[in-house]
Write a protein that binds this ligand. Structure first.
Ligand SMILES: *[C@@H]1O[C@H](CO)[C@@H](O)[C@H](O)[C@H]1NC(C)=O
Ligand SMILES: *[C@@H]1O[C@H](CO)[C@@H](O)[C@H](O)[C@H]1NC(C)=O
Length: 186
């Protein structure tokens, strides 16, 4: 993008922002009581522990390990939320959110989707996180897949292989059964 285009887009944004309050002035300054104040993360961005407690490799692990992420970064440790989730929940509480959306790492829960075997250490991690959020009056919202496809499935053709439908259904069944009545799923 050249600098003129960038300047143009920046000005358009400023323009739109200036217009918005005038257009919907009645919506500003107040929020409905049931407004969900929340923060959102994804597993690969925060968990770290990329090969810990039975988790297998997903496509973002592979991609970053190949040196393709910015400045050679990886999600190997990230915010280490896998180990520090209790500290993170306290930070969420301090900020004052009522909702927290996070994602489940498929590779933590079902390390080998071809066999479908469930890794209870992975399942327990999210259970502990959910319990801790609820103890602190924060409602968990869960994204069950945030693009971190198991590498095993990438290797057999990714989503172009129709057998992924069955593997995904099995994963979805496992997580709905484990957490479905405790969280909002999105
Ligand atoms: C996990 O990965 C780290 C590098 O990030 C490596 O040093 C360690 O040996 C690996 N552990 C296992 C159990 O494979
Ligand atoms: C699709 O996945 C199945 C395993 O479920 C595998 O046997 C098959 O070879 C894969 N197809 C392609 C085109 O890779």
């Amino acid at each position: 993008m050249d600098s003129d285009t960038l300047l143009f887009l920046t000005l358009v944004n400023v323009f739109v922002l200036l217009l918005l309050p005038a257009e919907g002035a009645e919506y500003y300054g107040t929020f409905p009581n049931n407004f969900m104040w929340g923060l959102a993360t994804s597993a690969h961005q925060i968990e770290g522990a990329w090969n810990d407690s039975g988790k297998s490799e997903h496509i973002w692990d592979r991609f970053c390990h190949a040196g393709k992420c910015w400045n050679g970064a990886t999600g190997d440790v990230a915010c280490d939320s896998f180990h520090k989730y209790m500290v993170d929940v306290q930070l969420l509480k301090k900020i004052g959110v009522t909702h927290y959306r996070f994602s489940l790492a498929w590779t933590r829960i079902i390390p080998n989707p071809l066999t479908g075997e469930v890794n209870h250490e992975g399942l327990n991690y999210y259970q502990k996180l959910i319990d801790e959020l609820q103890r602190n009056n924060i409602i968990p919202l869960v994204t069950i897949f945030h693009w971190d496809l198991p590498q095993t499935l990438e290797d057999i053709g990714s989503w172009a292989n129709e057998s992924l439908v069955g593997y995904y259904k099995h994963y979805a069944d496992v997580v709905f059964k484990a957490y479905g009545d405790k969280v909002l799923m999105i």
